[in-house]
Design a protein around this ligand. Structure first.
Ligand code: AMP
Length: 500
């Protein structure tokens, strides 16, 4: 087995690795470090959790240990898609370069330009940046990129998702043609392939097993969830989440809860807090100091629940996360793998649970196809919800809710969500009036709400009750209640033109 000492790393770097407690290089490290130290371009196809950060940081420190940076001319550049990832890469430099004299600057949004300018002016060996902020500095004339010897692109696939590829291409164009490029991506979409073909020169290609097949230490499960009414979906889902957390008890030391939308990140965090759970949100719209504080709190165990969007949590390295809850099924199957990869790290066990609403079933299928296994179905902690016959006929999530058609009956007692949003969470037991509206005996075949939304074809009038026909001004059919023997005068019109 390869050892770090076999890799030609600077002895001071080896000392720092030993102090960090790492014994053997991970496959991406063993594969990427030797060609990187030879000065070759590297194309690393690896996800977070594989040790890829050290895969580029260790050779960079070794190579940069000799020489000095000139004012405003960084010697190396690391581009990351998010501020958190950039901060994490900076931490890696701190860990592994502690016995080497290296200067670095972190250029991320949400931090004042002035401080960053001061560092750049002095000259830095390593510049770690998000693409937008780097270009801002460049356009302000504060930065010269012609001395960049090594350029790293980290999480290129996420850069693509976030629309950063034009920025990346621009930055490639601003650095010298002779630079060395270390390029990392979890997947090789065609656009990524194009970039690597254009900007990398005969790279050493190292591909490590996709996390999708390597997450054996993670116990997975999904609750297939049906809201009792569409307008209750959010609050009932939040209730299911709380029940899932409660059911885990002390086994859940901490958790990341993923939502698909920033708005839901805020709502879920707020709701959990309201119910006494120690939770805080993290997403791209929060200011940087708040994001850093939340993340630090989660890392050092002060915060138990981190409610996150994909972008904010992507690549976050928190070594001991006991649980991941997917409040929403991610719409990109790949994201599921990234999300659950936040738990079960470094050989630890972890649990990943998801809530799947009816509209998310296609996405669930896509995930199961990707990971090539079925995610075990968990019992809905709210109890069995039985949809009425009508509910099973049409996908009502897409339609406007109506009092009668969306009502469903549930076997368990009414739930306690009432506290959270009384208007949308009234107890589930139907009132006498509501029962009447749905009782198949009292109102046999009327699909009233369909007709109200969307006028039915004429032929269907035959199936309506008399009340409905009169209400709609029907003029061409029988009057109900008269049977077949309708006195002829009733059919006479009072229209003068016809009587004259
Ligand atoms: P990354 O994929 O770079 O986000 O790293 C994932 C985790 O693996 C981090 O917590 C690293 O500290 C850890 N790590 C990196 N290299 C090694 C190694 N050689 N052995 C064990 N853990 C490592």
């Amino acid at each position: 087995m390869t050892k770090f000492s076999d890799l030609n790393l600077n002895p001071k770097v080896l000392k720092a690795i030993e102090e960090a407690g790492y014994e053997t290089p991970t496959p991406i490290q063993a594969g990427a470090i030797p060609p990187a130290l030879e000065g070759r371009d590297v194309l690393g196809i690896a996800q977070t959790g594989t040790g890829k950060t050290a895969g580029f940081v260790l050779p960079m420190i070794t190579m940069l240990a000799r020489g000095r940076a000139r004012a405003r001319m960084p010697r190396s550049l690391v581009l990351c898609p998010t501020r958190e990832l950039a901060a994490q890469v900076a931490e890696n430099f701190d860990t592994y370069a502690k016995h080497v004299k290296l200067t670095k600057a972190l250029l991320i949004g949400g931090v004042s330009f002035k401080e960053q300018d001061l560092l750049i002016d002095k000259g830095v060996d390593v510049l770690i940046a998000t693409p937008g902020r780097l270009l801002d500095h460049f356009e302000r004339g504060k930065l010269i990129l012609s001395d960049v010897k090594v350029m790293v692109v980290d999480e290129a696939d996420r850069m693509l998702d976030m629309g950063f590829i034009p920025d990346i291409e621009k930055i490639f164009g601003l650095t010298p043609f002779t630079r060395q490029t270390l390029f990392f991506s979890a997947t090789m979409a065609s656009e990524i392939e194009r970039i690597t073909n254009t900007f990398l020169s005969n790279p050493a290609r190292i591909e490590v097993a996709r996390q999708a097949t390597a997450s054996e230490t993670i116990e997975q499960g999904v609750v297939v969830f049906r809201a009792s009414r569409r307008d209750r979906e959010g609050s009932e889902k939040r209730q299911v989440l709380r029940m899932m957390i409660d059911a885990e008890g002390d086994k859940c030391t901490n958790a990341i809860i993923f939502c698909n939308r920033k708005m839901d990140v805020d709502t879920v965090a707020k709701s959990l807090k309201k119910y006494g759970y120690d939770a805080a949100p993290i997403h791209g719209d929060l200011d940087q100091s708040q994001r850093t504080r939340t993340l630090d709190g989660f890392r050092n165990g002060e915060l138990r629940f981190l409610v996150a969007s994909d972008v904010a949590a992507r690549g976050l390295d928190v070594p001991a996360v006991s649980h991941v809850f997917n409040f929403d099924v991610p719409s990109h199957a790949e994201d599921y793998v990234h999300r659950i990869g936040r738990t079960g790290r470094a050989g630890r066990s972890g649990k990943a649970m998801m809530i799947c609403a009816a509209k998310d079933e296609k996405n669930l299928e896509a995930i199961e196809k990707l990971i090539q296994r079925e995610i075990p179905r968990l019992e809905n902690p709210m109890g069995t919800i039985t949809a009425s016959a009508e509910d099973t006929v049409a996908p009502r999530e897409e339609k406007k809710p109506s009092r009668s058609r969306n009502r469903i009956r549930r076997s368990g007692p009414a739930q306690d969500e009432v506290k959270e949003a009384p208007s949308e969470t009234a107890p589930v037991q139907a009132s006498a009036e509501e029962v009447k509206a749905t009782d198949p005996v009292q109102q046999p075949t009327v699909r009233e709400t369909d007709d109200q939304r969307d006028p039915a074809p004429r032929g269907r009038d035959n199936y309506r009750s008399g009340t409905q026909q009169r209400g709609r001004g029907s003029d061409n059919s029988k009057i109900l209640g008269m049977g077949d023997h309708m006195p002829s005068f009733i059919a006479l019109s009072f229209d003068e033109r016809r009587t004259s």
